[in-house]
Design a protein around this ligand. Sequence first.
Ligand code: ADP
Ligand code: MG
Length: 635
Amino acid sequence: MSGRGRGRGRFYKELYGGRGRGGRGGRGGDQGGYTDEDPGPSNGAGGAAKGVQGSVQDLQRALREREGRPYPAYHDVEGAWSFPEFLFVLDRAQSDPYAAPSRCRVQVAAEMAGLPAALWGTRVRRIATCDFLTRAFGAAIASAGADARAQAGGWHGEKGGEMTVDMPGQHVLERTSVVINDQGTVEARFTVALPARGRSILGQWAAQILCQNLPRYVHAGLLHASLDAHALAAHVACVQDTQALRDALPGLGLIAFVGDGAILPRRSGASDAPMPAKEAVPFASPESLAVKVELPNAGRVRGMGVRAGVTLIVGGGFHGKSTLLDALQAGVYNKVLGDGRERVATIASAVKVRAEDGRRVEACDISPFISNLPMGRNTHAFRTDDASGSTSQAAGIQEALELGAAALLLDEDTCATNFMIRDARMQALVAKDKEPITPFIARIRALAAQCTSAVIVMGGSGDYFGVADTVVCMDSFRARDVTAEAHAIDARFGPSPALDDGGGAPYGAVRQRVPVSILPGGPNERVKVHVRQVGLITYGEQQLDLSALAQLAEVSQTRAIAEALLLLRQWISGCNGSAQRWTLAQLLDRLDGAMDEQGLDALTPGVKHGGLARPRRFDIGAALNRLRSLHMEQS
Ligand code: ADP
Ligand code: MG
């Protein structure tokens, strides 16, 4: 999605084309989908690499023969089976009816899938097509009711049977649920809870699911001939356009774009779906901020350009300020057609930052904002297991900059007030030498001078008028350009007194940090990771709370971060004591490089995980920054 397409084709070919597709069993998922628990044994089965076990009739016979046998006998059917339209692979059968469900794949050869090469010839189009196929395959399963778990008659009753695809939300992300290789072979990954009565195999039922039902879902969801070709083409064109819009931003001097007609509000605080059109006020750009961009499919579109520099979003309460910022923070991702935000794009390196008291901070230089802490605490390499609102926000900004953020997004609703502003009365009462904080307002021009932009929602204080390049007022959900008025008011009232607080010095480069040790760190020490919901990872004994990461959109991304932590743990432990030590930014570069080259399978060596979506480097970095067992030092 970042447009880094170097050598992709070749890497896909090496990955899938040349050397078979052998996946060794490993981590499974939990009931009804994927998580990262239950690293299980592997039988080494993996489709073409191992050779095909037999035909669909052979699989059917094998399952029926095991009717009533102890549950572990399901392991016998692990491996690849050739069906008329595809190859079915049971990578790992679950060991127990209550364990994480069994991991499966189907591979549909290019001629059978029949996808025109134009749909998967470029990186962005391939991601969009895989996304569409995931939804179509998942819908085929759901419409048959095959995703529902059967559970009758208690422990001795029949249970299991459900088939699960990792279904996407509003975002179109690189994912592992469906992948297409360079030859056009389509691989879909899913789980099946192999059915049981008590702990005995229900082989007849399993044969029904895998040998009779599965072919219907594959036929309906993965073959181009069965799909709505028009909808597929429109989906792919839409995603390509959003990406093209994002790619065009730097050349236009913009960090974001909000198209006319966009529906920014969501259905509810609990739903990412768009607000129904009859209730929502569509976005319209003020003439003075309007920009026109030429897109490959939609042609010329008009919208509001958010220019590099400092942009302030003001307006009365409940007038749509946060909704606009939320759309900008989600603008780093492409959306499905009909989302309402298809023409909203933000540069990929935009990072939402907020206060997060109680979080952990490790060796972070927060001195641009905080100095003279009580008891002489070091703010050049600040460490705490329990940050305050202001110190957590300062750390969040420094960590984002360390990883290359070019735009910071802040909302007064989630900022620490004392970090943002300080007024004349407070200055008069609390002497400067008793106040450790240089507020963000005093530093923002120095950041802008270093090409770090900021978009700030601020309805409660006019102090930022004087430091803003652009001021947008949301008025009953309509945007107005009030820059001239705001600057005139600022001239009348004079600059904010906080600007005297010694913030004028150049901001300087943020110090890079080197992870030096991580616990548990030994190569033989196993760490289990587990993900149940967006933003919550169990890493060994730790609960890693990522709920403050507003741009972490999906549980599948959270799972990918959990897998990334396991990989990074090995890299960090391996680096420890050796001549070369990697900085945090370098580790994430390396991880991004591996994902660019090998896809997300790079995160799970030897395992074809079907429940991962690509996370942003900032969110992986944020997970490391919050991991209490990671020790870092400044380089
Ligand atoms: P603010 O941050 O200015 O206080 P919000 O952005 O939180 O306001 O929006 C307040 C409410 O208005 C939310 O419930 C939101 O869903 C709704 N809303 C926002 N933008 C629109 C719009 N364009 N059309 C209709 N309702 C909107
Ligand atoms: Mg708000």
